[in-house]
Structure formats: structure tokens, C-alpha cells
Write a protein that binds this ligand. Structure first.
Ligand SMILES: [Zn+2]
Length: 400
């Protein structure tokens, strides 16, 4: 038992009670009489002032719920007065042992928190509190010393109304900050937050969409960083434009019925049926098919490694798109042209934000689930859990 719990002296196991009808094990700890304990503030050995009986929920032992009980001393330090001592098997102010909490955290990675709570027989709110505590601790420990390339992205967390802004460490493919809201202010907050750990000037590249608020925020708060408009966001915009064209044209041309995803997917991801349908439509005289050709032409940009060739390709594309006589495409062409510096920067650096693309889907799934959360405060906890690559305590229950 002492090995399982890692209980160092002067603590020892005084007794163990096994209650088979209630399927529980109660373990009683005590400390050696006459022991002195360190003041939790200055670490100076102090005499005991008094003790208080406490209990902690521990792991399942042999499929039984187990509990630890002990009288916890308070020291009387000459400088700091009466303080509860640090106990080795549990952090302050929790009714659970550290091993039990580690188990809860490990399970939360695998299943919804409500299911974890049910499985280990604690309140859902307790499970959330344990998870939030350890996630926040792990965030504090995240090493940003090598951080120089970040991605910024906003996602909606309540249908169309509320947004959060995510900051990614692109090289390590993980979320490092989350702020409620979108726009310039979130860039300012991010700078403030990372300034506690690093010099913000070490950020060399910031990948993002073409939102004017982000651009203006980066120029103001990260003036030495290069703005990169990554492929993911450019194509996202291109797809939104094709969709606008299709929706408008569909009103007068029903041939476009049920074709939405055919125009949005990459050709290689189409099913045979979709390929046939696309083939039958792509050369006919409809605006949607033309808009689609502009997307294919634009996509070829990222196959070019040479910056001069890429610049020429983009200029040519711009010329044809601007003269396409498709209002939406012409408008997009102007946007792309105005922002070509950041698109070409992506080509020059080889930077892509496929990280955000992959993580976004993962995050959207948990955010969707979070519509049901009692409070939004745990939404960020879950995002960090699935996308933060945090170093969290690992569970032990499989060993018991
Ligand atoms: Zn002290």
C-alpha cells in the first residue's frame, strides 16, 4: 500500500478495513508520534499545533472503491502562524488523491467528462474541476521558448453569434491560446499573455485568414512578424465564393441541384458518381463551372516552389479572374490581389496551416458537444485537452 501511494515517512499505514458488503476499502494513515512538519510557506520544521480528520477518495483497488483517512496536522510557524501541512498523496483542498485525479484526467482524454464522472462515481462538476485544474497547471508549464511561427483562427461557438480565437503553435501542431471573441483585441491579449514567457519579437510568422481586424492587429502588436495567408484560408475563401455563385445560379438553373459538395471538394476526393456528375457539368456554359475552373487554376499556385513562377501565376490568375464577368469571382480576385504579399510569403516559406485545418475539425466536434455544457468555462478546458498536446498526469487504474 505504501508503494502504491508513495507515502513517505513520517506517514505510515495504521490500518486497513475491507468492507465486502459495501465493496469499499478504507485505509487509515497516521504519522509517527513526535514528528515535526515543514511550514508550507518557509519550509522550516515546526511543531504541530493541532490536527484535523480528513478523507480522500482513492483509486479502485481490486474493484473496490477506496478511501484514505488521516489526521492532517497544522504547523505553528513563528513567522507564518498556523498552516495546514502539505500532504504527499494529495494537493491542497481536494477530496481526491493525486493518483485518483490522474486517472480522471486520463479517462477524460478518452470519453466525455459526464461518462468519466459516472464511471468513477463522482459528481460531474467534481470531474470538471479536477480536469480544469490539471489542464491549467499544464498550460502554465508549456514551453514557448522555441515558438516563432503561429497560426490564428476564429471559430464560431454558438451558431453564428459568438466566436473564439485560437492561436496555434504551427510547428508543434497544437493550440497554445484561446480567447473569447474575434478580431484585433484578441491579438493584443495574446501578445500580453505570451509576454509573460517570451519576447513577442521572436514570433517571425503569423498565418491567418484575410480578416482586416487580424491584419491590423498583427501590424500593431507584432510589427516585426511577417503575415502569411496560408493555402487553407485562401481555398476556404475560394470555396465560399464558388458556393455563392452556385446558390445564385441555382435559382435559374436546376442542373445544379445537389451539387454543392462536388464543387467544394478536391477532385481526388470525389466518389465515382460525383466524378461522373462533375465531368458532365464542368465544361458546360454555367458560371459555377467557370468559378470551379478558377479554383483549380488557383490551387496550382501551391505546386510551384519558385517564387518568380508563383508571382507570375498569381498575376495571370488575377487578370483572368478580374475579367471573368462573374461578379463574385472578380471581387475575390481583387481581395487575392491586394493580399498577394502574404500568399506569396506562404510559398516562399513553405508554410502551410494544415495543422489548423486538422485541429479545427477536432475542435469543432468538441465545441459542438460544448453547446450542452452548463458553463462555457469548461469549453476551453476541453479544447486544450484535445488540441493542446499538454503534459498531463497519466492514469494508473489499469495497474490496479
Ligand atoms: Zn513559515
Amino acid at each position: 500500500m505504501q508503494i502504491t501511494l508513495g507515502v513517505p515517512s513520517p506517514w505510515f499505514v495504521k490500518s486497513v478495513e475491507l468492507n465486502t458488503s459495501e465493496e469499499r476499502i478504507d485505509v487509515y494513515f497516521d504519522f509517527v508520534k513526535g514528528s515535526v512538519f515543514a511550514c508550507p510557506i518557509c519550509n522550516k520544521p515546526c511543531k504541530i499545533h493541532d490536527t484535523k480528520d480528513r478523507s480522500w477518495r482513492h483509486l479502485l483497488l481490486f474493484h473496490y472503491d477506496s478511501y484514505i483517512h488521516a489526521r492532517v496536522p497544522r504547523t505553528k510557524c513563528e513567522v507564518h502562524g498556523t498552516k495546514t501541512v502539505v500532504i504527499p498523496w494529495s494537493r491542497q483542498d481536494t477530496g481526491f488523491t493525486s493518483l485518483f485525479e490522474a486517472d480522471v484526467v486520463a479517462l477524460c482524454k478518452e470519453m466525455p467528462v459526464a461518462s468519466v464522472a459516472e464511471r468513477v462515481k463522482i459528481h460531474e462538476e467534481s470531474a470538471w474541476r479536477i480536469l480544469a485544474y490539471h489542464v491549467n497547471e499544464a498550460i502554465e508549464r508549456v514551453d514557448l521558448s522555441q515558438l516563432n511561427t503561429i497560426g490564428v483562427d476564429e471559430i464560431s461557438v454558438k451558431k453564428g453569434h459568438k466566436y473564439i480565437t485560437l492561436f496555434y503553435d504551427i510547428k508543434n501542431a497544437k493550440v497554445i491560446h484561446i480567447w473569447v471573441g474575434k478580431g484585433k483585441d484578441t491579438i493584443k491579449k495574446f501578445k500580453h499573455a505570451i509576454s509573460k514567457k517570451i519576447n513577442p519579437e521572436q514570433i517571425k510568422y503569423i498565418a491567418m485568414d484575410m480578416s482586416p481586424a487580424f491584419i491590423s492587429g498583427v501590424r500593431e502588436y507584432f510589427p516585426t512578424a511577417k503575415i502569411v495567408f496560408d493555402k487553407f484560408h485562401v481555398i476556404q475563401m475560394m470555396n465560399a465564393t464558388i458556393d455563392d455563385v452556385r446558390r445564385k445560379e441555382y435559382k435559374t438553373n436546376k442542373i445544379l441541384s445537389k451539387t454543392r459538395f462536388i464543387w467544394l471538394k478536391n477532385p481526388e476526393n470525389l466518389s465515382d458518381k460525383e466524378k461522373k456528375k462533375l465531368h458532365s457539368m464542368k465544361d458546360i456554359d454555367i458560371k459555377t463551372a467557370k468559378a470551379y475552373q478558377f479554383k483549380l487554376a488557383l490551387q496550382r499556385l501551391w505546386l510551384l516552389k519558385d517564387l518568380v513562377a508563383a508571382r507570375n501565376h498569381l498575376n495571370t490568375w488575377y487578370y483572368w479572374a478580374a475579367h471573368s464577368k462573374i461578379e463574385e469571382i472578380a471581387k475575390l480576385a481583387e481581395t487575392v490581389h491586394t493580399h498577394s504579399y502574404g500568399i506569396l510569403e506562404a510559398i516562399r516559406t513553405g508554410l502551410n496551416n494544415s495543422v489548423a485545418e486538422g485541429l479545427n475539425n477536432k475542435i469543432k466536434t468538441v465545441v459542438k458537444r460544448s453547446y450542452g455544457f452548463k458553463t462555457a468555462k469548461y469549453r476551453n478546458t476541453v479544447i486544450y485537452l484535445v488540441a493542446g498536446k499538454l503534459e498531463l498526469p497519466s492514469g494508473l487504474s489499469t495497474q490496479c
